[in-house]
Design a binder for this molecule. Structure first.
Ligand code: PMP
Length: 361
C-alpha cells in the first residue's frame, strides 16, 4: 500500500506508526483476549489507557494543575453550544471576536442561550486578517470572551492572542493545538476537536480552569455539565473509548518526536516553504491573507484562472497529493499542514505546483 500525502483539513492525516499500532490493538489489546473496541471503559485496562492519554496530553501541552481536562464526544461544535450553558448566566452577555467561519459558528451555537455579542469582526474585509485588539469592543459584564486561534477555512491565525481583560478568554484551538508551545494559563478554557492535530475524529478535548467549573451556568442536563464531567473523569456515560485510545497514541507520538517546540520548528518551515511557492509564482497562485495573520496550519490559495481548478486537483491526485480542494465557502485550494504532515509532503506539493505552472502557465 502506498500512502499518499493527505492535505485534508480534518479528519486529517495521522502518523503511519500510530495507525499501525491502532491496527494491531484493534484485533487484540494486550493480554485482554479482546479488541480494545470490545472492552469496558470502566475496566482497569481501559482506565489505564485513558489516564495515560491525559497525563501525556498534560505533559505535551504543559497544562497547569489547576486546569481540568475533559474528553467528550460531539465535536468542537457541541462545546460551542455548551459554553454558555456552563459558563454564563441566562441572558448574560458573552463577547465573540470573529476572525472567520468558525468564530461565526461559535457565536451561532451560543446565541440561543446567551446575549452573544460581536466584540470585533474581520468579516467586512473578507476574513483576510484578524481584528486587532484595538478594534475589540468588550462588554463590561461579559461572562467570557471567545476567540478562534486558527480559522481552518479562511487560513487566518492569531500570532499572539491578545489579553481580554477581566472576563476569561475562551479559545477554540481545534486546528492549531499542539502545533507550537502555548501558555494555557492565559486562557480560561482551551478546546479542540481532535481530528486535526490530536488524532481521530470523535473526541474533543476541553481544558478548563477549575474555578470556572464552579460557575452556576444555566439549567442543563447533567450530561451537559462540565463540572459533573470533570468530577466523573469524563465517564458520566460511555466515552468514545477507541478515539480516546488513538488520541493517546498520537499524543505519545508527538512527545517522542520532540514535543510542541519541535513541531513549531517543523510547522514554521513547512508553512514558509508553501507560502514562498505561492508568493514567488508571479501571480499564478495567490493567497489573500495579511502576512502577519497567515495560518501555519491551513493555507488557502487560488489559481489565477479558476478554470484550471479541476485540472489542478485531478493532476495533484495522480501525483499522490490528496484533498487539496478548498472549502465551498471560499473555493480555490487549501493545503492543511498539521503535525503529521511531513516536510517531504509539502516539498512534493511545492514541486508539483511549480511543474503545474510550467505546464499550464
Ligand atoms: N472550530 C474549528 C476551528 C474547526 O476547524 C472546526 C472543524 N473543522 C470546528 C470548530 C467544528 O468542529 P467539529 O466538526 O468537531 O464540531
Amino acid at each position: 500500500m502506498t500512502r499518499a500525502f493527505n492535505f485534508s483539513p480534518g479528519p486529517a492525516m495521522l502518523p503511519e506508526s500510530v495507525l499501525r499500532q491502532a491496527q494491531a490493538t484493534m484485533l487484540e489489546f494486550g493480554s485482554t483476549g479482546a479488541s480494545i473496541l470490545e472492552i469496558s471503559h470502566r475496566g482497569a485496562d481501559f482506565i489505564a489507557v485513558a489516564q495515560k492519554a491525559e497525563a501525556d496530553l498534560r505533559t505535551l501541552l504543559a497544562i497547569p494543575d489547576d486546569y481540568a481536562v475533559i474528553f467528550t464526544a460531539g465535536g468542537a461544535t457541541t462545546v460551542q453550544a455548551l459554553l454558555p450553558l456552563n459558563f454564563a448566566a441566562p441572558g448574560q452577555a458573552a463577547d465573540y471576536v470573529v476572525s472567520g467561519h468558525w468564530g461565526k459558528t461559535a457565536l451561532k451555537q451560543a446565541a440561543p442561550c446567551v446575549d452573544a455579542r460581536i466584540a470585533a469582526s474581520s468579516e467586512a474585509g473578507g476574513f483576510r486578517d484578524v481584528p486587532g485588539r484595538a478594534q475589540w469592543r468588550l462588554s463590561p459584564d461579559a461572562a467570557y470572551v471567545h476567540v478562534t486561534a486558527n480559522e481552518t477555512i479562511h487560513g487566518v491565525e492569531w500570532q499572539n492572542i491578545p489579553e481580554a481583560g477581566n472576563a476569561p478568554l475562551i479559545a477554540d484551538f481545534s486546528s492549531s493545538i499542539a502545533s507550537e508551545p502555548l501558555d494555557i494559563s492565559k486562557f480560561g478554557i482551551v478546546y479542540a476537536g481532535a481530528q486535526k492535530n490530536l488524532g481521530p475524529v470523535g473526541i474533543t478535548v476541553v481544558i478548563v480552569r477549575r474555578d470556572l467549573l464552579e460557575r452556576a451556568g444555566q439549567p442543563r442536563a447533567p450530561i451537559f455539565d462540565y463540572r459533573a464531567q470533570a468530577q466523573a473523569e469524563s465517564m458520566l456515560n460511555t466515552p468514545p473509548s477507541w478515539n480516546w485510545y488513538v488520541l493517546g497514541l498520537t499524543v505519545q507520538w508527538m512527545l517522542e518526536q520532540g514535543g510542541v517546540a519541535e513541531f513549531a520548528r517543523r510547522n514554521a518551515g513547512k508553512a514558509a516553504l508553501l507560502y514562498a511557492a505561492i508568493d514567488d509564482s508571479g501571480g499564478f497562485y495567490r493567497n489573500d491573507v495579511a502576512a502577519a495573520a497567515r495560518s501555519r496550519m491551513n493555507v488557502p490559495f487560488f489559481l489565477h484562472d479558476a478554470a484550471l481548478d479541476k485540472v489542478f486537483l485531478d493532476e495533484a491526485k495522480q501525483a499522490g497529493l490528496l484533498a487539496l480542494k478548498g472549502h465551498r465557502v471560499l473555493g480555490g485550494m487549501r493545503a492543511s499542514l498539521y503535525n503529521a504532515m511531513p516536510e517531504a509532503g509539502v516539498q512534493a506539493l511545492v514541486t508539483f505546483m511549480q511543474e503545474f505552472k510550467q505546464r499550464h502557465g
